[in-house]
Structure formats: structure tokens, C-alpha cells
Design a binder for this molecule. Structure first.
Ligand code: SF4
Length: 286
């Protein structure tokens, strides 16, 4: 059972440290997708929630009003929606904060980049068409639905995300796939599934391994449980009980050899294999 709370935010646009984006716009605090690797869980300290990350969301009910006010002092640049939440997580269907913010942004001349894991983004295609400079990205970190279930348990299936990219692209919207964090996958198969539907692909490896190391190491865990004890940033409240995941982890380890996916040399090879297929298809890579 998730906790959804309506709040009044103090600001809505924040300066961005993400390359290519001047501002971040996050209509929600928290994210019901609850990805196990999510770096944004640090946002919990700005809330009064004690629930685990993935089980609460604060809805910034005044997001659109704040945006209108803050845009009075900004007339150029780029905005990413979102950086620490998913703007099209399921509650957006009811609250429509992302849509209301987009309705305001479309007349500003700011360039807008949307990043989500949800096919709910298709609801706003009518609005996207009204922008001069807008792109929509879907995060697709693996081609394996079992791996997706392990790392992104409450996020929409991979197939639905690819279908969303396909529809957006076919409707003339500029699209990108965000392959990050790189999860166990068949790189050639993923690249071939993506390339017809995207203008650009961004790739990044798993940078926050302190959150997922227990999963990768679980099959070898007896000797390695020290990792848990020594991981200073390990936060039990943000981490699922590995006990429940053990059967799934065991099956996936046999298939993918999970631990090697923590090795930088190995993941670099995977990135090169993705790049080779995508470059052949003339997809722009970042
Ligand atoms: S969808 Fe993004 S913000 Fe939401 S839990 Fe997953 S990684 Fe975090």
C-alpha cells in the first residue's frame, strides 16, 4: 500500500547538473516505480516519510502555479522532466501535474526533454506536437523482462516502453532511449529492438552499485556478506530483503552470470557491442 500526500512545494525549477539541461522540473517527490538502483532515494530526507523508497509520493499540487511564477525570470535554456521522479508514474493519470506544466512550457520557447519509464506518456502526444523543441526518452536498461522485474519491480514492462517509443516516433516526436543503468542484457538484441524507433541513444553504466551490490553478489554471498557490513552508505530501509529475491536471483545468475556485470571491463565491452549495432544503423549516440 503506497502513501500519497498532497503538498505545497516552495519551488519547482531547480538548476541542473545534468549535461545538456539547465533546469530540472520534478512534479512529484518520490516514485512508485521503486527501482532498486534508484539514486534519487536521497530525496526521502526532504520528506517526512518513513516508508521505503518506492512506497510514497508527495504530489506538488501547486507545481503549475509555481512554474508560471518562476518562468517570469527565465526565457531561455532547457528543462528536463524529470530528474528524481518519474513524471508519468501511475498517479499522473489522476493528478496531471506533468501535463499542466507542459501546457505552460509549450509557449515559452524553452527546449524540453522528458524522461520516463511509462507508456502513460502517450496520453500527451497532442501536447508534444505543439512544442518547437521537445524530445521524449524512455529508459530501457535491459531487454530481459526477468531482469527488469528484479531491478525495476514496479515499473512498466520493457515491451510497453518500446511500443511507446515506436508510437511517439511514428507520430513525428523526437525520441531517445536511455540505456541506463546498464543491466544484464543481450546488447545486440536490445539495440536491434530500439533502433527503428529512436533518434538518439544515451548509455551509462550502473554508477550506484552500493544499492544493488547485494543482488549481484547474492549467489556468492556467504563469503561476500562482508560487503554489506563494510558498505558505509548501505541503507537497510532503502533495500529489499534479499531473502525474498533469492530464488529469482539464483535463476537469473545461471542465465546471465550476475556478478560480472559489476566489472567495468566487462560492461565496457557490452557498451561497445551496443554502440556497434546502433552506429551501423546511424543512430546518434551519447
Ligand atoms: S523510475 Fe527513475 S525516479 Fe523512479 S524509482 Fe526508477 S530510477 Fe528512481
Amino acid at each position: 500500500m503506497s502513501t500519497i500526500k498532497e503538498i505545497q512545494a516552495k519551488t519547482i525549477l531547480t538548476r541542473s547538473k545534468i549535461p545538456g539541461a539547465d533546469y530540472c522540473l520534478n512534479p512529484y517527490v518520490g516514485c512508485l516505480h521503486g527501482c532498486r538502483y534508484c539514486y534519487a532515494s536521497f530525496m526521502q530526507k526532504f520528506t517526512d516519510h518513513s516508508e521505503p523508497w518506492g512506497e510514497f509520493v508527495d504530489v506538488k499540487t501547486n507545481a503549475a502555479e509555481l512554474l508560471e511564477k518562476e518562468l517570469k525570470r527565465i526565457n531561455k535554456g532547457s528543462v528536463i522532466i524529470s530528474s528524481v521522479t518519474d513524471p508519468y508514474q501511475s498517479i499522473e493519470a489522476e493528478h496531471r501535474l506533468t501535463r499542466r506544466c507542459l501546457e505552460i512550457l509549450k509557449d515559452t520557447g524553452l527546449s524540453v526533454s522528458i524522461l520516463t519509464k511509462s507508456p502513460l506518456v502517450l496520453r500527451d502526444i497532442d501536447l508534444f506536437r505543439e512544442f518547437k523543441d521537445l524530445e521524449v526518452g524512455l529508459t530501457i536498461s535491459t531487454d530481459s523482462e526477468d531482469i527488469r522485474k528484479l531491478f525495476e519491480p514496479a515499473a512498466p514492462p520493457i515491451e510497453l516502453r518500446i511500443k511507446a517509443l515506436k508510437q511517439l516516433h511514428s507520430e513525428g516526436i523526437r525520441t531517445y532511449a536511455f540505456i541506463a543503468p546498464l543491466l544484464p542484457m543481450n546488447p545486440e538484441r536490445l539495440a536491434r529492438r530500439l533502433f527503428p524507433h529512436v533518434d538518439m541513444v544515451l548509455i551509462d553504466r550502473m554508477n550506484y552499485t552500493y544499492k544493488t551490490r547485494m543482488i549481484y553478489n547474492a549467489p556468492y554471498q556467504k563469503a561476500r556478506l562482508k560487503v554489506r557490513a563494510s558498505g558505509k552508505r548501505y541503507n537497510k530501509s532503502n533495500f529489499p530483503c534479499i531473502g525474498k529475491l533469492r530464488p529469482l536471483v539464483g535463476v537469473l545468475d545461471k542465465k546471465h552470470g550476475l556478478e560480472k556485470w559489476l566489472d567495468r571491463g566487462f560492461t565496457e565491452e557490452i557498451i561497445q557491442r551496443l554502440r556497434r549495432v546502433l552506429e551501423e544503423k546511424e543512430v546518434v549516440l551519447c
